[in-house]
Design a protein around this ligand. Structure first.
Ligand SMILES: NC(=O)c1ccc[n+]([C@@H]2O[C@H](COP(=O)([O-])OP(=O)(O)OC[C@H]3O[C@@H](n4cnc5c(N)ncnc54)[C@H](OP(=O)(O)O)[C@@H]3O)[C@@H](O)[C@H]2O)c1
Length: 281
């Protein structure tokens, strides 16, 4: 093909894909999302944390404990209207803003980043995840559910990286400059059970760990610390207690102590909730 024809082909492809992107943006801006709370109630003298998956489990406990500290909290949930426990906290605590977010919705993440462009985020706390509670999670290879495998990668690995991409400048502009991501020992080659199970969950957390490890070589240039945490084995299934597990309040109290103590040395590390010791990949 002649150079001019090649250039024409590249240009027409570029225009076509730009048109597609514009269509996607238009679709995102046409959609309306729920917000509960008033951002003018945020206190500029307090640290600000953004927590994903905040309507239940570990995320909700982070909201409880950080509201007791008087911090500004942007808590995201897929369905704020159904997040009754979050709503109950927000009723008495105006520094809690609930924002609708499904972490696979990248246009919405960008929209939120734009909305909070002037709000420094001290801690970007990626907690939302697809946990291995679905039927096929404990199946052997013949039972791997490929839709769950794809979703787990999109939610557990891509979601936190997309959030970091969109909110890195908000974190860099803050006092504490921390990106904290809740991972799992299940994603560690060294620490995960030596058994054929949780294929999709384990692989998604291993991918998450590598995404954040790679990111740490960029965050270091902005004095931002990116750290992965194992929360321990935590009872978050209502009505079910796993033997040897801890309650969300213990996990979160200990994780917050680790988060409070993070230093530049912890950039790119995977730490345990209990005492902040470095865990193997
Ligand atoms: N519990 C443990 O023992 C344990 C151990 C190791 C690691 N972890 C990690 O800790 C984190 C929290 O675990 P958990 O036990 O509290 O889990 P959980 O009780 O299952 O709660 C998961 C949270 O993530 C949200 N979520 C799921 N998919 C989402 C999506 N596409 N977009 C936005 N939010 C989404 C859920 O929202 P909905 O209510 O809308 O579904 C919920 O708020 C997870 O990353 C998990 O992998 C937990």
């Amino acid at each position: 093909m002649r150079p001019a024809a090649t250039l024409l082909l590249i240009l027409s492809f570029a225009f076509a894909t730009a048109g597609m992107a514009a269509d996607n943006d238009a679709a995102a801006s046409a959609q309306t999302y729920t917000t509960i709370g008033d951002t003018t109630a945020l206190d500029a003298d307090q640290p600000t944390v953004l927590i994903t998956g905040a309507n239940r489990g570990i995320g909700l406990e982070f909201v409880r404990q950080l509201s007791e500290r008087g911090w500004n909290i942007i808590a995201t949930a897929r369905k704020p209207a159904k997040a009754e426990e979050l709503q109950a906290i927000a009723k008495d605590y105006p520094q809690l803003i609930v924002e609708e977010l499904d972490v696979v919705d990248h246009a919405r993440i960008d929209q939120l980043a734009e909305k909070y462009a002037d709000t420094p985020i001290d801690i970007l706390l990626s907690n939302a995840g697809i946990t291995p509670r679905y039927k096929s999670a404990f199946a052997k290879v013949e039972g791997v559910d490929w839709d769950m495998a794809r979703s787990s990668y999109e939610v557990n690995a891509m979601g936190p990286l997309k959030l970091a991409q969109s909110f890195l400048q908000h974190v860099a502009a803050s006092q504490q400059k921390k990106i904290v991501v809740v991972s799992s020992k299940a994603g560690s080659f060294e620490l995960s059970p030596k058994m054929p199970m949780m294929y999709s969950y384990r692989a998604s957390k291993a991918a998450l760990n590598m995404f954040m490890y790679a990111l740490s070589f960029e965050t270091v240039r902005q004095n931002v610390i990116v750290t992965l945490l194992s929360p321990g084995q935590v009872n978050t299934t209502p009505g079910f207690k796993m033997k040897g597990s801890i309650e969300p309040d213990e996990s979160v109290t200990k994780m917050l102590a680790v988060i409070d103590g993070l230093t530049a040395e912890n950039n790119g590390q995977f730490l345990d909730y209990e005492d902040g010791r470095v865990l193997g990949w």
